[in-house]
Design a protein around this ligand. Structure first.
Ligand code: 4AD
Ligand code: MG
Length: 444
């Protein structure tokens, strides 16, 4: 007997096969029983017809609890109405071996609160929606790596234990490093900048840590970030590259995970539309747009949330309302120097603005990429480090990069979980991490 995975069920129509998996749900209609099975690669429906399978097997199936582990043998049939992932197939049950009969599985088809589900995250991951999101996440990760590897990037790892802040001092996780204070990395960027001077184009892709003390739909305390960095790249080169990169990720995911995206109810036409070029607007224009949205808002609460002046950073409400105006990701470039990290190249002739660019996802999803052209002048950099009250001694190696063959260079960081949230079209980032870490939660 061939053991198959549900993912490949379409290749076995008319054949007798074995599936190893778990019982997701059972429904009965008289002499017919529908046994929904999942095996980690998909979900399908087993059909047991009492006169065919016999009373003994029928009674056994009837008593099985949700999440019982099973080995099912039967014949694969096409059935346009059969639910599943992929849908349209079923298996006519002939034999069942029960590995464990389960009772009282805590997550039932009834509605549960999200805190309960998060407490049971180790089990919740089995639910179809969570499963689909995680499959999509894996594919996005692979697409990121493939694109960079195929475009001449070297994957160089950067340290996770670091002696200083790079993205602001308010979100640091402290570690005791043999009696010295150290921090979990907020970014690998500064090390990437050393690496490009040796290797040209590099990226790091790994876990990143930020002690985010606010509860939002967009922040995790531990998230994955891919950070490409390129020598001889200016701000325009950076935007050209980012739109190719993001479009590739979307189109690859659409191609490889259509079933899962459809299962999540994602509007695929919104994703199909994501191709270069993406609109590019300056921070100045973005502020004007937000002002116009604020002035037009009827809801006084929204009006208050949208209060902002030139020089302020955008918060979630601003990004949400701004990106509702677009059906593609939008670049916002040239933020005020005062709201951005210390290392960004000043705008020529406008030192109050820097050569930064964020990429904001449409449909209200907001920032998925932060990036910039980096400061290439050593004296300006020393001044910036001072202005940000960062300890010069930790950055002397970083200044060295501007003394020995300095070149214009740029890079960015794309947050994996924010990208998954957008592509899946789900409301909250916590479902995109298998075991999310947030302000209130590090368990299970
Ligand atoms: O904009 P950020 O802070 O940029 C940097 O860290 C740069 N050093 C990157 C670089 O240029 N190499 O973070 C980049 C991205 C954000 O756009 C967002 O997608 C994600 O990382 N991100 C978070 N995702 C989830 N939870 C958080 N707390 C995040 N903080 C940032
Ligand atoms: Mg940012």
């Amino acid at each position: 007997m061939t053991t198959i995975t549900i993912e490949k069920i379409a290749d076995y129509v008319g054949q007798t096969v074995t599936i190893k998996g778990w019982l997701y749900a059972i429904t009965r209609k008289g002499k017919l029983m529908f046994v929904r099975l999942r095996d980690g690669t998909g979900m399908t429906q087993g059909v047991a017809f009492r006169p065919e399978v016999g009373d003994e097997l029928f009674e056994l199936l009837k008593r099985l609890g949700q999440e019982s582990s099973l080995i099912v043998t039967g014949t694969v049939r096409e059935n346009g109405r059969a639910p599943g992932i992929p849908k349209g197939y079923e298996i006519g049950i002939e034999a069942v071996q029960v590995l464990q009969d389960v009772s009282d599985y805590p997550i039932t088809p009834k509605e549960h609160g999200v805190e309960f589900l998060m407490d049971n995250r180790h089990l919740w991951l089995r639910s179809s929606q969570q499963w689909a999101v995680m499959r999509i996440r894996t594919t996005i990760k692979r697409a990121i790596i493939d694109f960079l590897d195929d475009n001449g990037f070297l994957n160089i790892d950067t340290p996770i234990i670091t002696p200083s802040a790079a993205e602001g001092t308010s979100t640091l996780f402290e570690v005791d490093y043999f009696d010295e204070k150290a921090y979990l990395a907020q970014t690998g960027q500064l090390y990437n900048e050393a690496n490009i001077m040796a290797f040209g184009k590099v990226y790091c892709f790994g876990p990143t840590f930020r002690a985010e003390k606010s509860k939002t739909r967009r922040h995790l305390a531990e998230f994955w970030m891919v950070e490409p960095e390129m020598a001889f790249f200016d701000l325009d080169d950076l935007m050209d590259f980012e739109e190719q990169f993001v479009s590739y990720i979307i189109q690859t995911t659409l191609q490889k995970r259509r079933n899962e995206l459809e299962f999540l109810g994602r509007d695929l036409s919104m994703l199909e539309n994501i191709t270069p070029p993406f609109p590019r607007i300056s921070y100045d224009e973005a502020i004007e747009r937000v002002h116009a949205i604020r002035d037009a808002a009827d809801d006084p609460e929204l009006k208050a949330q949208l209060a902002i002046e030139w020089g302020d950073d955008f918060g979630s409400p601003h990004e949400t309302e701004l990106t509702k105006q677009f059906d593609k990701p939008v670049f916002v470039y040239g933020y005020p120097t005062q709201v951005k990290a210390f290392y960004m190249e000043p705008w020529p002739g406008r030192p109050e603005v820097c050569k930064s660019v964020d990429l904001l996802a449409p449909e209200g999803y907001g920032e998925i990429i932060g990036g910039s052209e980096r400061m290439s002048d050593p004296d300006l950099l020393i001044e910036a480090i001072e202005r940000h009250e960062l300890p010069q001694e930790h950055f002397s190696w970083y200044v060295d990069l501007r003394k020995f063959g300095s070149v214009p260079h740029s890079g960015f960081g794309l947050g994996l979980e924010r990208t998954v949230t957008w592509i899946c079209g789900i409301p909250h980032i916590r479902q995109t991490s298998p075991f999310p870490r947030t302000l209130n939660r590090m368990r299970p």
